[in-house]
Design a protein around this ligand. Structure first.
Ligand code: FES
Length: 245
């Protein structure tokens, strides 16, 4: 596996059924804040062609890479009073390595053994190193929570496009699928109420606050922390607002 110093790209190879394949990772961004995701895939493809003799780009997908505020994973008891509840998360792209660390550390915690790394990875540690990032993140969440409610978009949609539009009550996440059919759901994230953003490459509704993602077709949860699907909404609600001017 290769990774560059700024960590904007990584490369790994494997033997596919039809010959050697490469997995190229890059163009990372906070969920719901990536802008045009299709343009990101294009840039990634362009970069790959510069560094490898590419015959064909066969697949692309987006996934989450959870990261803690101080960039050290959370591994250990979920809270100081948890007796039987453990957590291992925030691997920040280093899951093969820190997943193994988590296995060793959680084994020791469960068996009541001393482990010198327990304190480093403790999920309830206080680490002032991340305070500035935490404040910035909190500000960003607040900005989305309030600011995104003020958007007003016209409901005209091209094939494969999605927009958040005003409705009689709240806002609607509107998507026109490849067959031209419209799908309307609540644009409010079922986790804590932030307004969703459309992801044009993955055809999903993505939350800029804590990263939940929902299907643009049926509103089901693709990725937590949200647990509930988006509520369906009626297209008439948008029409009423348009008529009212
Ligand atoms: S408000 Fe959407 S993930 Fe938290």
């Amino acid at each position: 596996m290769f990774i560059n110093v700024q960590r904007t790209h990584s490369l790994r190879s494997y033997e596919g059924e039809s010959g050697p394949m490469a997995i190229v990772v890059g163009e990372g961004h906070p969920v719901g804040e990536g802008g045009d995701t299709r343009a990101r895939y294009q840039r990634l493809a362009d970069w790959t062609r510069q560094v490898l003799p590419v015959a064909e780009i066969t697949h692309h997908w987006s996934t989450h890479d959870h990261q803690s505020i101080d960039h050290v994973p959370y591994i250990g008891r979920l809270s100081p009073v948890s007796k039987h509840l453990y957590v291992a998360t925030g691997f920040g792209g280093w899951g093969m390595t820190t997943g193994t660390v988590a296995g060793l550390l959680l084994r020791d915690l469960i068996l009541g053994r001393e482990n010198p790394w327990a304190e480093v990875f403790a999920p309830n540690r206080v680490n002032l190193a991340g305070t500035r990032d935490l404040m910035r993140l909190t500000f960003t969440i607040g900005k989305h929570w309030v600011g995104d409610r003020l958007r007003r978009q016209p409901p005209e949609l091209a094939i494969g496009e999605g927009k958040v539009v005003a409705a009689t009550h709240g806002q609607i996440a509107l998507y026109r699928d490849e067959q031209g059919e419209m799908h309307a759901h609540s644009a409010t994230c079922t986790h804590m109420g932030c307004v969703l953003q459309f992801n044009g490459a993955e055809k999903s509704w993505d939350c800029p606050c804590h990263g939940s993602r929902f299907s643009a077709i049926d509103g089901r949860v693709l990725h937590g922390p949200a647990l509930e699907a988006l509520a369906r909404r009626e297209l008439d609600e948008i029409e009423e607002v348009r008529k009212a001017g």
